[in-house]
Design a protein around this ligand. Structure first.
Ligand SMILES: Cc1ncc(COP(=O)(O)O)c(C=O)c1O
Length: 426
């Protein structure tokens, strides 16, 4: 039943007189009724900070951006060229709901050749980004009232996907002292009678932590014994900087695990909105039914373009970019540590550093606001990623060029000096 409290009255606007509200939507009488579920969907707090950055830029200030969660590089030229050709060749129609056969085969080949694991094309479902995959998997696996364990800290939208389908997001604490890697004891403590499954990411956002095979096997074993499902978000696959292998997948040796992936990050295609999930064979038909209803099909032109992502020319560009990210990681991490800030995790993956800023004497929210207002450096406060220790941590993304990283470090150094930090704990 809709509660009266869910009814929102939007402020009057010139359009309201014509029966439209401030958002340009037609009103029902003078009210717009928003579903109750909206109450549990949080906005990104960093958006306010980004608005402030845009304001400063409009005033002519140079802002250093460490808050952006996407590669600054444009999509590699061979992919753009394939996309251009696809449009001219008429790839402008719906495709199969599960994705084109050609792309599913190309993904299967890539798993075999680059990652050394056999993943049949039939188990690969192409989606509208990992976000589309998250919606499909949530709708596929969660009944109303079911719990989905999501990490704290973690990607903030995970909880929203669970809630949108009537499920509950249940926090699994990750600890700075454990390098932000999941511990089976914590998992056992967090698992509730209504918990249906666990969603983990490796490499992880916001910490950059990478799980090794032994830990994943331990976690997968626990989830299996508990009778739940395990989704592993591998959207940052390929962006790892530790010892080889540089790219790995949890699909190796973990039967039943569902992998979530995307062309957004390693392949630098955020705006093309293309990803994929790998599910057990028995789930392909039901997920196809959902995909048909929710999306009809993934983007045709994006799928055609993505075929070129695996060409030797494109892979050489992606690999060069990975090495470039690694150089930036070292520059930023070394610089921040020299300023007295500490990284919690080994930060061997993705393009994020999750830094403990408590030595500045400020909590992470205040740290970020003062940094943008007083020194024109944007970074994301930990509270966007969870609650646990969130007031001590700030995410710095090295998705900006080397010169900007240098300038950002210089400004952060001045900020810490000006605030007289590096003394007290927040
Ligand atoms: C961990 C994680 N999962 C999923 C996504 C969604 O990515 P996309 O929908 O662009 O594939 C993101 C985006 O930043 C992310 O960081």
């Amino acid at each position: 039943m809709r509660s009266g409290k869910a009814k929102m009255r939007l402020s009057p606007s010139p359009g309201a007189a014509r029966g439209f509200n401030a958002l340009g939507m037609q009103e029902q009488g003078d009210r717009i009724v928003v579903a109750d579920r909206l109450k549990s969907i949080a906005p990104f707090r960093v958006m306010e900070l980004m608005k402030r950055a845009a304001q400063l830029e409009a005033q002519g200030c140079r802002v250093v951006h460490f808050e952006v969660g996407e590669p600054d590089f444009n999509t590699a030229e061979p992919i753009i060229e394939a996309g251009r050709r696809a449009l001219l060749d008429g790839h402008t129609k719906y495709t199969h709901a599960l994705g084109t056969e050609a792309l599913r085969e190309a993904l299967s080949r890539d798993y075999r050749q680059r990652l050394g694991v056999a993943v049949p094309a039939e188990r690969i479902v192409v989606t509208a980004g990992a976000s589309g995959g998250l919606l499909l998997l949530s709708a596929l696996l969660l009944n109303p009232g079911d719990g989905l364990l999501v990490t704290d800290p973690g990607y903030p939208c995970n909880a929203a996907f669970a809630r949108i389908v009537g499920g509950a997001a249940q926090p699994l604490a990750l600890w700075a002292s454990a390098g932000y890697l999941p511990q089976v004891d914590d998992l056992a403590a967090a698992w509730r009678p209504n918990t249906a499954g666990l969603l983990l990411a490796s490499p992880a956002n916001p910490t950059g932590a990478v799980m090794d095979r032994a830990r994943l096997a331990e976690v997968a074993g626990f989830v299996h014994r508990a009778g739940g499902f395990l989704i592993l978000d591998e959207i940052y696959q390929g962006l790892t900087y530790g010892p080889p292998p540089t790219a790995d997948t949890g699909l190796r040796g973990n039967d039943g695990l569902m992998a979530l992936n995307s062309f957004s990050k390693y392949f630098g295609m955020t705006g093309w909105r293309l990803g994929w999930v790998v599910v057990p064979e028995a789930l392909v038909a039901p997920i196809e039914r959902l995909a048909q209803n929710l999306f009809i099909s993934p983007s045709s032109v994006a799928q055609q373009a993505a075929l070129a992502a695996f060409s030797p020319e494109a892979m050489a560009i992606h690999e060069a970019r990975r090495r470039h990210f690694d150089a930036r990681r070292r520059q930023l991490l070394g610089g921040l540590e020299a300023l007295g800030l500490r990284a919690a995790a080994a930060a061997e993956g993705a393009f994020y550093l999750y830094m403990d800023v408590s030595s500045s004497g400020l909590d992470s929210q205040e740290f970020c606001w003062r940094l943008i207002n007083e020194f024109q450096v944007a970074a994301t406060p930990g509270i966007d990623f969870g609650e646990r220790e969130a007031r001590r941590f700030v995410r710095f993304a090295y998705t900006t060029d080397d010169e900007s990283i240098g300038l950002g470090l210089e400004r952060i150094g001045k900020a810490l000096e000006a605030w007289g930090g590096l003394g007290g704990e927040a």
